[in-house]
Design a binder for this molecule. Structure first.
Ligand code: GTP
Length: 385
């Protein structure tokens, strides 16, 4: 591969990568690292461009300084991008100081008239050390981030580190390595940036999926107890009715209002009240079948729908079971809290043909229990259970 071909390929590939990183940095909430990496690959591209326009083989005085300048900017930008991506609290000024030290070394070595090998060795060692550090932090902090892209970043960084470290020695022994080394370097840099790009996109994708599932969860569930919310209860009830095609099939709606819940809030605090509500929800779930529907429809109000009962009498048994579970003491932070529950029951199809009717009648039956002194259960129309 000719000198021009190597650098044309490098510059073109870096340019495309730079555009992609720029694009990623503009997508809201993609990742703060992407902008830094757009800047760092821009420096790599400019470093290559300087080699293209001022080839050192033609003895151009600008080639070396421009290359050194852009590479010295690239490494701290690259590392800063990684610290932003991984949300690390590392003082990035050390990266800049290391890069500055490598440039100062070059100037001092030039002034002292040191041979090219010695000059290059100091500069390359600093770059190799920064890349080694980059690989190490990518590996060490990959938990909670896309693992395989970061392992690839670390691998490419370690390989590039070895490449920088061995470069001056190899060029001394095999001068042709100056060109072959650029081919290898270009491929490794591309691998490193490709892995970073994959990491940004994978993280973005997993955050999107998380946000979507959280939004869905909020749309269908009560955030405190995790039970279904009122809207989703209606959907589930409609689905249950479609399945309720067996003759004599009964669906029972239980409207549950906790008794004396307010005093718990007032004396022990809202946080304890929340824990009590969560325990109530867990007890409702554990006392019903997986095909039944449990929903929180108000502060201390719940609806349970038993979807697959064979006969009316079973509804009374379920109500008693729920009452017994809910009136057991609830332990929170080492203290026990006693609750009661008033439960009204309405049956499908006897008491209503749709959920609104059934809930309204179960609610009416629940109020009858409250009027009769609380903590009990009653089927709509006054039939005692
Ligand atoms: N901790 C907590 N309390 C809530 C929440 N939502 C509503 N509440 C409270 O629940 C209480 C419900 O009021 P009531 O039903 O009158 O209380 P109660 O003492 O059970 O009254 P009875 O039903 O007549 O026995 C109110 O004090 C609300 O502030 C919540 O999410 N968390």
């Amino acid at each position: 591969m000719s000198y021009q071909t190597v650098h044309t390929f490098g510059v073109s590939a870096y340019f495309i990568f730079m555009l992609l990183f720029l694009w990623m940095s503009m997508i809201p909430r993609t990742n703060p690292g992407a902008g830094w990496w757009a800047a760092s690959i821009c420096c790599t591209m400019l470093a290559r461009l300087s080699m293209f326009f001022f080839p050192p083989i033609a003895g151009q005085p600008l080639a070396g300084p421009l290359y050194v300048l852009f590479i010295s900017l690239e490494k701290p930008l690259l590392l800063t991008g990684l610290t932003r991506f991984l949300n690390l609290h590392i003082q990035v000024r050390w990266f800049w100081m290391a890069s500055l030290a490598s440039v100062l070394w070059l100037l001092a070595a030039l002034a002292a008239g040191l041979p090219p090998f010695a000059r290059a060795m100091g500069f390359c060692t600093v770059n190799a050390a920064l890349l080694l550090y980059m690989g190490w932090i990518a590996l060490k902090n990959s938990a909670g981030f896309p693992r395989w892209p970061l392992v690839l970043t670390a691998t490419a960084s370690f390989a590039l580190s070895a490449h920088w470290l061995s470069g001056p020695g190899l060029i001394e022994v095999f001068p042709a390595w100056a060109r072959n080394g650029f081919v290898l370097g270009t491929l490794l840099v591309l691998l490193q940036y490709l892995s970073l790009m994959t990491a940004v996109l994978s993280l973005f994708q997993s955050r999107l999926i998380d946000a979507e599932s959280k939004a869905l969860d909020l749309a269908f569930h009560d955030p405190l107890t995790g039970l279904n919310n009122q809207r989703y209860m209606k959907t589930l009830f409609d689905q249950a009715l479609v399945l309720a095609t067996r003759p004599h099939h009964v669906v029972a709606v239980f409207y549950i209002d906790l008794d004396n819940f307010k005093p718990i809030n007032d004396t022990a605090g809202h946080a304890v009240g929340d824990e009590v509500l969560k325990t109530v929800a867990a007890r409702l779930k554990s006392s019903t079948r997986s095909t039944d529907i449990c929903a929180r429809v108000g502060g201390d109000e719940f609806v349970v729908i038993a979807t697959q009962l064979d006969e009316e009498a079973q509804a009374g048994e379920v109500a008693k079971k729920l009452l017994a579970r809910l009136t057991e003491c609830i332990p929170v932070n080492g203290k026990e809290y006693a609750l009661g529950a008033s439960i009204g029951v309405a049956l499908y199809p006897q008491h209503g043909r749709n959920l609104a009717e059934l809930v309204q009648r179960a609610d009416k039956a629940m109020y009858q229990v409250k009027r009769n002194g609380k903590s009990g259960c009653e089927i709509f129309a006054g039939a005692a259970t």
